[in-house]
Design a protein around this ligand. Structure first.
Ligand code: 13P
Length: 247
């Protein structure tokens, strides 16, 4: 069965109300695309995003969500709150959160579970560092990261989107080669296949320096079902071109 491609813009901690309004208006005008498209702005901009994207084919999501339902967790945002703002997706386990905020494989899995409980599709990020790749540990690292999520979600694993983001390719201008990307995506799908009969329908996105000029080659790979886009998602023309490359 052909999987619909998905392109998600992860704005990270960028933007302003004025800049976002311009970017979202341009995106709304640039669509629709054959692929599903979503943007993940900083949480504080979600209310503006809801209004700006009303009536468009662009969905929105969050860059993170708490593993907890509610309570004394200063600074955190619960999945139920994100759901109230119409989020369709929540990115969990981005390498920046794993590295800068010490998020463990289990915490990431718990966040994915919290997201699913509130009808958000978790976009679970996995990926190796340069040192891990050079030590020949790529397969072991991504399998370990995904395994925690498979174990925690059990039969619900088929409802997540997985994103392979090699850490060394994020924001560096160095993209994984098509062979490198396909090899890891195939490995992840094999691991998912052992956990769910519907792994063939699951989306596995590639992220890491995806640009308008390399997107088509990556999206043409058999196990790459779209992209998680950082820097290039901040420019409407570039992001729209990447969405076009996805169909
Ligand atoms: P860049 O596209 O800027 O490399 O970022 C990728 C990323 O981390 C998306 O989540």
């Amino acid at each position: 069965m052909a999987r619909t491609k998905l392109v998600v813009g992860n704005w990270k901690m960028n933007g302003s109300r004025a800049a976002n309004a311009e970017l979202l208006a341009a995106l709304k005008a640039a669509g629709p695309w054959g692929a599903e498209v979503a943007v993940c702005p900083p949480t504080v901009y979600l209310a503006d995003t809801v209004l700006a994207l009303q009536g468009s084919n662009v969905a929105w999501g969050a860059q993170d969500c708490s593993a907890h339902a509610s309570g004394a967790y200063t600074g955190e945002v619960a999945a139920a709150m994100l759901s109230e703002f119409g989020c369709r997706y929540a990115i969990v386990g981005h390498s920046e959160r794993r590295a800068l905020h010490g998020e463990s494989d289990q915490l990431v899995a718990d966040k994915a579970k919290a997201a699913l409980a509130h009808n958000l599709t978790p976009i679970v990020c996995v990926g190796e560092t340069l040192a891990e790749r050079e030590a020949g540990r790529t397969d072991e690292v991504v399998k370990r990261q995904l395994s925690a999520v498979i174990h925690t979600l059990a039969h619900c694993i088929s409802q997540v989107v997985v994103a392979y983001e090699p850490v060394w390719a994020i924001g560096t201008g160095k993209t994984a080669s098509p062979d490198q990307a396909q090899a890891v995506h195939a490995l992840l799908r094999t691991q998912l296949t052992a956990a769910t009969q519907t792994a063939g329908d699951m989306k596995i996105l590639y992220g890491g320096s995806v640009k308008a000029d390399n997107a088509a080659a990556l999206f043409a790979l058999p196990d790459v079902d779209g992209g998680l886009i950082g820097g290039a998602s901040l420019k409407a023309a570039d992001f729209a071109a990447i969405c076009r490359a996805a169909g």
